[in-house]
Design a protein around this ligand. Structure first.
Ligand SMILES: Cc1ncc(COP(=O)(O)O)c(C=O)c1O
Length: 393
């Protein structure tokens, strides 16, 4: 009987070892060995052939003219904002990772936080349009957790007000917008390749754009703003992608489609099971789009599920299931950004930040793990009154 007791009430944990949030799927060493040897023997550890091959492969994959490899999504966004010579205010969601805003501030811009749509978790086009003023020069939208943004609606707003439209596509590899990979829409889309993503280089980013002039400036910007004549055209960065990272990315790209399909299948299983429990909600994906599920997040309505999001997170931790409260606090409540917040109500941002919970999600998660997590959540729901009592001071 004791074994059926939730661990937080004294039972045995559902998992003997921690189920981590992320388990990167990486190529075998034997697959990489030839490339590693070539980097070491040629001595070309940066600015070499693997980076060029990776860029070419990604421009074909994304169907964009330019895929520029950089050191991170953050540096890619900083360079993009700088290269576009943006000024003044830029509309962004606050329900996102801090780098969406930090890149703006580093480029000398003022983030103006607009609310997200509660169902999709993405920037709400109506809220974005309501935030436009004569000082606004751009909108930076995010494909939140890998759910493609409402691109068509945002494009209309950007056109109507003469604004630049940029996407923080940190979670975007593996996601499709109306049948095409996200990446070619808007002026530029900037991807992350860190180990929590479906396509991994270790650290790294990709700026995707069809704009030749912008691409040339970003290429110069990742080299200090120096086009080779040792006279800086503008203040750039060192944001190059090393050869080892590009080599890893080339091999990781071979598994990208499989990773996206596996994650979507795993999420379908999660949703079929968890959708039967009261008070558990999921991100809405627009018909025709594909989520990358770089992150699988649920929402927890305490009135129906009988536990709050925080109580569920604590109870899952006792069962050895790792979770994350993305995004709490949202950016407008973080110390560095308090002074930028103009005080406009952000009700969906605040609601999601206190009700969303990201569950473990891997490209190769087996049903033993996904179903084990589902059954654990069901057991916690069934014991909700005792758990709630135990956690209430
Ligand atoms: C939405 C979002 N934007 C930007 C970043 C920053 O990416 P990077 O770590 O490659 O700079 C992240 C990181 O995961 C992110 O989640």
């Amino acid at each position: 009987m004791k074994n059926n007791l939730p661990a937080i009430l004294g039972g045995k944990p559902a998992f003997q070892e921690l189920v981590p949030m992320v388990r990167p799927v990486l190529p075998q060493f034997s697959v990489m060995a030839g490339g590693v040897e070539s980097i070491l023997t040629t001595g070309m550890v940066t600015k070499g052939p693997f980076m060029r091959e990776f860029e070419q492969a990604l421009s074909e994959h994304l169907c964009v003219k330019h895929a520029i490899a950089v050191s991170s999504c953050t540096s890619g966004m900083m360079l993009t904002h700088k290269a576009l010579e943006l000024s003044g205010d830029v509309i962004v969601p606050s329900f996102t990772f801090m780098a969406t805003a930090s890149a703006l501030v580093w480029a000398g811009l003022r983030p103006i936080f607009a609310d997200v749509d509660r169902a999709t978790n993405n920037l709400d086009p109506a809220a974005a349009e309501a935030a436009v003023t004569p000082q606004t020069t751009a909108i930076v939208a995010v494909h939140q957790f890998g759910n493609p943004a409402d691109i068509a609606a945002l494009e209309k707003i950007a056109d109507r007000h003469g604004l630049k439209l940029i996407f923080d596509a940190a979670h975007g590899f593996g996601a499709c917008y109306q049948g095409d990979p996200v990446g070619k829409q808007g002026l530029a889309q900037i991807f992350s390749l860190s180990p929590t993503k479906l396509l991994i280089t270790g650290e790294g980013g990709i700026v995707a754009t069809n704009d030749d002039a912008l691409a040339a400036k970003i290429r110069m910007g990742r080299e200090y703003g120096n086009d080779g004549n040792y006279d800086s055209a503008f203040a750039g960065l060192n944001a190059r992608m090393p050869e080892f990272n590009a080599l890893l990315g080339l091999h990781s790209l071979e598994n990208l489609e499989e990773a996206a399909i596996n994650r979507n299948e795993t999420v379908t299983l999660f949703q079929e099971f968890l959708g039967r429990l009261p008070g558990i909600g999921f991100q809405r994906v627009r018909p025709g789009d594909r989520h990358s599920y770089r992150e699988f997040s649920i929402t927890v309505e305490p009135g129906l599920f009988s536990l709050t999001r925080d109580e569920l997170a604590l109870a899952l931790a006792a069962e050895n299931v790792d979770t994350r409260k993305y995004y709490q606090p949202p950016i407008h409540k973080q110390t560095a950004y308090l002074s930028y917040y103009d005080g406009r109500p952000l009700p969906n941002t605040d609601w999601l930040s206190s009700h969303s919970l990201s569950l473990p999600m891997w490209s190769n998660m087996g049903t033993d793990v996904s179903m084990g997590i589902c059954e654990t959540i069901q057991r916690l729901h069934e014991s909700a009154p005792s758990i709630h009592k135990k956690l209430t001071p």
